[in-house]
Ligand binder design. Structure first.
Ligand code: C2E
Ligand code: MG
Ligand code: MG
Length: 753
């Protein structure tokens, strides 16, 4: 059930039912009926004629008696008086009027009208004076209105002072009035077409007998008569509504379920059609949807002509809500499925099954980010499209999908493995020709990940090929075939981008700070910023693990600049409280050689107004630095800008000494593997002691990291190590905690060991 309510269909249905309970569809029904009756008209029946009194003011009982007398001679079928009787002026006149009325016998009736919609109280009606009307019938006219007071329906009978009165419409239609419930007027009747004669014409003898004989004549002071809001016509004389009411009563059927329930049949029909449409595909789907719209638009109007009143409002509401939700979802999906280059992205490939007998291939373009960095922004899309065109030409695939960074994916015919490998080698050869984008030329290289596991779902296959392509790139291999053992990690990689963004947004990714202590004065002098990720389902993820993933997925930049920004905020806050506080951040080896690195760091310190000398950049020696000369140049420029450079994990990299020789560094952090055993292992003891001397000889500050035991700390201090970091002295903690520790240190707390 909850699942159902989460679909656009379920949500629309629920919303419609809630809105229906609040009668929120009324404006829709109102507009609908107005439009219908503005466009569909019928003439009023000739059997009912209005006789309008021209000058109601000068009417006296005597002249009214005269009018009735003349009328009677034309032998109408029945006369209804829809005007106040002028009585009390002269006894003779009143007597004449009484006689005139009585002479009609039961062929005369008087109308008492409620002047407002929804007013059925006894005060609403003025009954005609009995002394004149005698036993003549009194008919009433009173209407129920909608939320803007348009007349909608009327009850068959109205009770005034314990007596039931028939309504004008039932009398005109000759319908029994004992029925419970309401009837609905036929608003097609155009009020202007009701036959109309004037009293002056009758008095002047200009009215032929045939115009009145055998008809129902309604005597009305039309210019003074109340008017009422009438669908399709705005205001109309109230008597027109009574005539339309009579026509409604003459329809072949008389069926309505009232304003609330009356909307349910059409709603049910439309809901059913949309439901069928959702299950169907192709033209059947389109036909079901079109029928649903047709039903809402045409059926209520068509049924109404037959006397069946079903309102379209809630069905319209449902269609409106459902349509809007679907459009919105479609748009969201389109955005979700398109990469910035305008090409469909990897999710678009992963979401649909690939044809039977296909391999899934992911190509990754080496140095893609670098290429983009050299190109003006408006050429980035063109760059991706050009690569995609080249791949399409070589692979024969129709659609090439573009992922984050330089990843391109497609499905193509599965050939025997050796043929497929040859084919991809051929494709690779296409990239021997440099890319020409705008007036920039680039040499590039392409690596492939190949998934041939037909049985697996597409999403898994795309992930697998992607992971293999990244591996091929990292190992400098042309093609990597996916091994099933990597299956568990692959989905993680594909969605890493989205997850990192989400983690940064909702605080699952946060920055911890581990204090560093000066062993000369035993005070806290700095901290290292260490990233943390408490994943909601995976739990805490070790930073080196997800940083590696982020590097592979090309997302490390965003993370690094996020760390830099927060570390600067922290450094600014702590430096405002005391003497120099040094903040260290870790720089991924993947980023050291990037062309925009120095510019971005320089811009960050300029924008935040921090002295770069308060920031230490820790770098680790790894083989993954692709462009060594560029890396060395970047680091030298950062140092010129004032940043301090620290060689992290000294002793573990492949060329720590070479690094020390090449790089203009300020600090050296001895890896915790050596520190850990300094008290127990004489060789490690010797290595650390000599490393400290060597570093000091080269003018470096020495940091020992990973100090867990007091004896380790004591030995390091005796060796002349400058700074200490480790669980013994403080674990990585939140900024709030770091601030407290620092405050304590400022007010005199020192290392106790
Ligand atoms: P690292 O830069 O060498 O950081 C020191 C690591 O040693 C941290 O692990 C820290 O929690 C841990 N450590 C500190 N004292 C002790 C101790 O007494 N005993 C033990 N056993 N461990 C201690 P963590 O936070 O898991 O970070 C691991 C690595 O992840 C870091 O090594 C660093 O290379 C990387 N890393 C962390 N944050 C970032 C970041 O923001 N950017 C980049 N690029 N890399 C980061
Ligand atoms: Mg570090
Ligand atoms: Mg380290």
């Amino acid at each position: 059930m909850r699942q159902f309510l989460r679909t656009s269909f379920g949500m629309s249905l629920l919303a419609t039912l809630l809105l229906a309970m609040m009668a929120a569809g009324e404006p829709l029904a109102h507009t609908y009926w107005n439009v219908v009756f503005k466009n569909i008209h019928r003439s009023a029946p000739p059997s009912t004629v209005l006789l309008t009194i021209d000058d109601q003011h000068s009417l006296t009982s005597g002249s009214f008696a005269d009018l009735l007398e003349r009328l009677r001679r034309r032998m109408p079928r029945r006369v209804l008086i829809d005007a106040p009787l002028p009585v009390g002026e002269s006894d003779a006149g009143d007597a004449a009027l009484t006689r005139a009325v009585r002479s009609f016998g039961s062929d005369i009736a008087f109308i008492s009208r409620s002047d407002k919609v929804d007013n059925f109280g006894k005060d609403a009606f003025v009954l005609p004076p009995r002394q004149i009307t005698g036993s003549a019938e009194v008919l009433v006219s009173a209407w129920r209105g909608n939320f803007v007071l348009y007349a909608v329906s009327a009850p068959y009978k109205v009770n005034i002072e314990d007596r039931d009165y028939s309504t004008v419409s039932t009398a005109l239609a000759g319908v029994r009035s004992g029925i419970e419930g309401d009837y609905y007027p036929d608003f097609r009747i155009d009020p202007a077409t009701i036959p109309r004669l004037s009293s002056s014409e009758l008095i002047a003898g200009q009215v032929g007998a045939s115009n009145l004989t055998g008809r129902t004549v309604i005597v009305t002071g039309l210019s003074k008569a109340p008017s009422i809001l009438y669908f399709g016509h705005s205001y109309a004389p109230a008597i027109a509504l009574d005539i339309a009411g009579a026509e409604g009563l003459k329809a072949p059927f008389s069926l309505s379920l009232g304003p609330r329930l009356g909307s349910l049949p059409i709603l049910a029909l439309v809901v059913l059609l949309i439901w069928l449409g959702r299950l169907a595909a192709g033209w059947r789907k389109a036909a079901a949807y079109a029928t649903a719209v047709g039903v809402v638009v045409l059926v209520p109007a068509a049924l109404r002509m037959q006397g069946i009143v079903f309102a379209p409002d809630n069905a319209l509401l449902f269609l409106g809500i459902y349509g809007t939700l679907r459009l919105w979802q479609k748009r969201a999906r389109r955005i979700q499925l398109t990469s910035a280059s305008g090409l469909p992205n990897l999710l678009a490939l992963a979401n649909n099954p690939v044809p039977v007998g296909s391999d899934v291939v992911v190509a990754v373009v080496a140095r893609y980010e670098e290429i983009l960095a050299t190109l003006p922004h408006d050429l980035h899309g063109e760059c991706a499209r050009q690569i995609a065109r080249r791949i399409a030409a070589g692979s024969g695939a129709e659609t090439i999908h573009h992922g984050d960074g330089g990843h391109f994916a497609w499905a193509e015919e599965a050939r025997p493995l050796d043929m497929q490998l040859d084919h991809l080698e051929g494709l690779r050869a296409l990239f021997a020709v440099p890319l020409l984008i705008g007036n920039h030329t680039f040499d590039t290289n392409i690596h492939f990940g190949l998934d041939r596991n037909e049985g697996l779902d597409t999403s898994t296959r795309v992930n697998s090929a992607l992971a293999s392509a990244n591996e091929a790139l990292a190992n400098g291999r042309a093609i990597e075939l996916f091994e099933a053992s990597r299956l568990a990690e692959a989905p993680w990689e594909l969605s890493l981008h989205a997850r990192i963004e989400e983690g940064l947004r909702n605080g699952d990714i946060w920055l911890a700070f581990q204090p560093q202590w000066n062993l000369k004065d035993n005070r806290m002098c700095g901290a290292e910023a260490l990233i943390r990720w408490n994943h909601p389902t995976r739990g805490p993820i070790a930073p080196d693990a997800f940083i590696l993933q982020a590097e592979r997925a090309g997302r490390i930049d965003a993370l690094t600049y996020w760390v830099l920004d927060l570390a600067i905020t922290a450094a600014l806050a702590l430096n405002a409280r005391g003497p120099r506080f040094q903040m260290s951040i870790n720089l991924s080896a993947q980023m050291v050689d990037k062309p925009d690195l120095v510019g971005n760091f320089a811009e960050a310190v300029r924008r935040r107004g921090i002295d770069p000398r308060l920031l230490t950049i820790e770098i680790t020696e790894t083989s993954s630095v692709r462009n060594r000369p560029a890396a060395c140049q970047n680091l030298a420029r950062l140092r010129e800008l004032g940043f301090r450079l620290s060689i992290d994990d000294f002793g573990t990299g492949e060329a720590s000494l070479a690094y020390l020789a090449d790089l203009p560094s300020d600090e050296l952090k001895i890896d915790r593997r050596f520190i850990d055993r300094v008290a127990t292992n004489p060789r490690d003891h010797a290595i650390v002691a000599n490393t400290i001397s060597l570093a000091h000889a080269l003018g470096q500050t020495v940091v020992a990291e990973g100090i867990e035991r007091p004896d380790t700390l004591a030995i390091l201090r005796s060796m002349g190590c400058d700074l200490a970091q480790g669980y013994l002295l403080g674990r990585p903690e939140t900024f709030a905690k770091l601030e407290k520790t620092y405050a304590a240190s400022l007010s005199g707390a020192v290392i106790q060991v």
